[in-house]
Design a protein around this ligand. Structure first.
Ligand code: NAD
Length: 510
C-alpha cells in the first residue's frame, strides 16, 4: 500500500488507485477541491515569476538534473506504471525512456526554438521587425491514464523549458505515477512549486480548467475535451487539445508484408491497444489481403497475454473492457469474421488480441475509437479507395502507410496530423516532430519547436530605425502625399510592378 504523498491540500477526501491486474487498491491520494486547485495555481504563479527570469542555460541545467533524477528512478517508475496502469513492465520502461527523450530535447532546444528573430518589414522599410516568444505563466496540464507519464510529459517538459510553471491533474486511474514524479521534481527544482500535482477525478480537472491558469494542455477523450474547452472559455483561457484517434494503416500490394504485419500487430496491440495512436483499422489491397491476414494471425498467435513476461497486460479499466466488447459484438452482428480472440475470449480485465476481417464502416470498430487489442482488416480494390476510407473519419491523429515507391505520395494524401511511412507510431518517438491532430483529435501541438512555442505568447516589435519624408503613421504629411501614395500603390502593387517594396523605400529615402 502506497501512502498518500500529496502535502498541499486540506481535503480529507481520498481517491483509491487500483492495480487493474488484481483489482487490489495500491494506494490512496487526496481529492483536491476547487479551492485547493486555486491555491496550487497561485503558488505556481509565484514560482513562474522567478523561473521565467532564469536564463535558458539555467533552466536547461535544472531540467537536466530533473531528467537524471527520473532516469535514476526508472525502476521504481516503470514498476509503478506496470502496477497502476496494467501495462507489461517492459512497456513501462519504454514509456520512461520516451518521456526522458522529450525532457532532454525540450531542455536543449528551447533557446533555439524561442530565439527572437528579425523578419522583413515590407513596405515599412524604415522599421526593424522582430518576433519574440515569452512564457505564458502557469500551464494547467490534464492527463489521461493510458500513458500516465509520457503523454503529460509532452506538455510538462516543453512548458517548463519555455519558462512556465505547471499544475498537473493526472487521471484518477493513475495518480500514483504523477505523485512519484512530483516528489522527484520537488527534490530537484530550486522552486518547489514549479511542478505541482493536484489529484482527483473530473471535478478536480474541471476546477483546473476554470482556474486562473494561462493555458490548459488537455489530453483525453474528445467528449471531455469539449467540456474543458467550454470551461476554459469563461476566462478565455487558451487550450491545447490532444484527443482520441482512429488511426488507419494502408497497405499497398508492393509493401513488405511481413514488416507491415509486424507493424500492424505492434501498433494495434501495444499497451493492449490503449494508445491514442494505436492502429485502429487496416486497409489492404485485395491482391495481398489474404497473405497479409495470414501473416498477422501467425504473429498474433505468438503473443502472450498477462503474466510478468506477457506482451499484453491488463486493460486499465472495466469501462474500457465494456467498450471493446460492445464494438466486437456490433461488428460480429454486422458480419465481421473473428480469426483470433473475440468477445468470448474476454476474461476479467484481460482481452485476447482479436483479428477481424470482413469489416466495413457500418461498424463501430471501424469508425469509433475502440482503444483495445483489436485489429480490424478491410479489403480494398485500390489505394484510392483505401485513402478515401482512411479519410472517412471525424478523427485525424496518426496514420501509417506500407508501400513501395508510392508510399510517401500515399502518406501525403492522408488527412491526419502525423503519418509513419513503412513504420508505425515512429513520429511519437522523434522529439523534433510536432505531435497532434485535426478534427475530433484536437488542435495545437506538443513536441518539436511548435510544441515549445505552444507554451509562449508571440510578441511582434516594430522598431523605427530611421526617418523618411512620407511617414504613414502621422497626420503631418507633405502637400504632395496623396500624389506620392498613388504612385506608390501603382508601382508596388498594380500593373507593371517596377520595384520590390524595400527597393522602392530605399529609392524614396534617396
Ligand atoms: P478522459 O477524457 O476520460 O479523461 C482525461 C482527463 O480529464 C482525466 O484526468 C480526467 O479526470 C479529466 N476530466 C474528466 N472530466 C473532466 C472535466 N469535466 N474537466 C476537466 N477534466 C476532466 O480520457 P481518458 O479516458 O483518461 O484517456 C483516454 C483518451 O485519451 C482516449 O480518447 C485517447 O485517445 C486519448 N489520448 C490522446 C492522446 C493524444 O496525445 N492525442 C494521448 C493519450 C490519450
Amino acid at each position: 500500500m502506497v501512502a498518500a504523498m500529496a502535502t498541499a491540500t486540506q481535503s480529507s477526501e481520498q481517491l483509491h488507485s487500483y492495480n487493474p491486474a488484481t483489482g487490489e487498491s495500491i494506494g490512496s491520494v487526496p481529492i483536491f477541491s476547487a479551492a485547493d486547485v486555486d491555491a496550487a495555481v497561485a503558488r505556481a504563479r509565484v514560482a513562474a515569476q522567478t523561473w521565467s527570469t532564469r536564463s535558458f542555460r539555467a533552466r536547461e541545467e535544472e531540467l537536466t538534473a530533473f531528467r537524471k533524477a527520473l532516469a535514476a528512478s526508472a525502476d521504481e517508475i516503470a514498476e509503478l506504471l506496470h502496477r497502476e496502469n496494467g501495462k507489461p513492465l517492459l512497456e513501462g520502461y519504454v514509456e520512461v525512456m520516451m518521456a526522458l527523450s522529450h525532457i532532454k530535447h525540450a531542455a536543449e532546444r528551447a533557446e533555439k526554438a524561442l530565439a527572437p528573430h528579425k523578419v522583413s518589414s515590407g513596405v515599412l522599410a524604415n522599421f526593424r521587425a522582430t518576433i519574440s516568444y515569452h512564457p505564458l505563466g502557469v500551464i494547467g496540464v490534464i492527463g489521461p491514464w493510458n500513458y500516465p507519464l509520457f503523454t503529460p510529459m509532452g506538455s510538462i517538459a516543453y512548458a517548463l523549458a519555455a519558462g512556465n510553471a505547471v499544475v498537473w491533474k493526472p487521471s484518477e486511474l493513475t495518480p500514483l505515477v504523477a505523485l512519484a514524479i512530483e516528489k522527484i521534481a520537488k527534490k530537484v527544482f530550486a522552486l518547489p512549486d514549479l511542478l505541482q500535482v493536484v489529484t482527483g477525478a473530473g471535478a478536480t480537472g474541471a476546477a483546473l480548467a476554470k482556474s486562473a491558469v494561462d493555458k490548459i494542455a488537455f489530453t483525453g477523450s474528445a467528449a471531455t475535451g469539449k467540456r474543458v474547452m467550454a470551461a476554459a472559455a469563461e476566462r478565455l483561457t487558451p487550450v491545447l487539445l490532444e484527443l482520441g484517434g482512429k488511426d488507419a494503416m494502408i497497405i499497398d500490394d508492393d509493401a513488405d508484408l511481413e514488416k507491415a504485419a509486424e507493424a500492424a500487430v505492434y501498433g494495434g496491440l501495444t499497451n493492449a491497444g490503449q494508445a491514442c495512436i494505436s492502429v485502429e483499422r487496416v486497409y489492404v489491397k485485395d491482391t495481398v489481403h489474404d497473405k497479409f491476414v495470414d501473416e498477422v494471425i501467425k504473429q498474433v498467435r505468438d503473443l502472450k497475454v498477462g503474466g510478468d513476461d506477457g506482451h499484453l497486460g491488463a486493460m486499465t479499466s472495466p469501462q474500457q473492457v465494456s467498450i471493446v466488447k460492445d464494438h466486437l459484438d456490433d461488428a460480429i452482428a454486422k458480419g465481421a469474421k473473428v480469426h483470433t480472440g473475440g468477445p468470448d475470449a474476454i476474461s476479467g480485465s484481460y482481452i485476447q488480441p482479436t483479428v477481424l476481417t470482413n469489416v466495413d464502416h457500418r461498424m463501430k470498430v471501424m469508425t469509433e475509437e475502440t482503444f483495445g487489442p483489436v485489429i480490424p482488416i478491410a479489403k480494398v480494390a485500390s489505394v484510392d479507395e483505401a485513402v478515401k476510407l482512411a479519410n472517412d473519419s471525424k478523427y485525424g491523429l496518426g496514420s501509417s502507410v506500407f508501400a513501395g515507391k508510392s508510399a510517401r505520395a500515399i502518406a501525403d494524401r492522408i488527412r491526419a496530423g502525423m503519418t509513419s511511412v513503412n513504420s508505425v507510431m515512429a513520429f511519437a518517438g522523434i522529439p523534433t516532430l510536432p505531435f497532434g491532430g485535426i478534427g475530433d483529435s484536437g488542435f495545437g501541438r506538443i513536441h518539436g519547436d511548435e510544441g515549445i512555442r505552444e507554451f509562449t505568447r508571440v510578441k511582434s516589435t516594430a522598431e523605427n530605425v530611421m526617418s523618411i519624408p512620407l511617414n504613414m503613421m502621422s497626420f503631418r504629411q507633405p502637400k504632395d502625399a496623396t500624389k506620392r501614395l498613388k504612385g506608390m500603390i501603382k508601382q508596388l502593387y498594380g500593373e507593371g510592378v517596377v520595384a520590390k517594396a524595400g527597393d522602392f523605400m530605399r529609392k524614396l529615402r534617396g
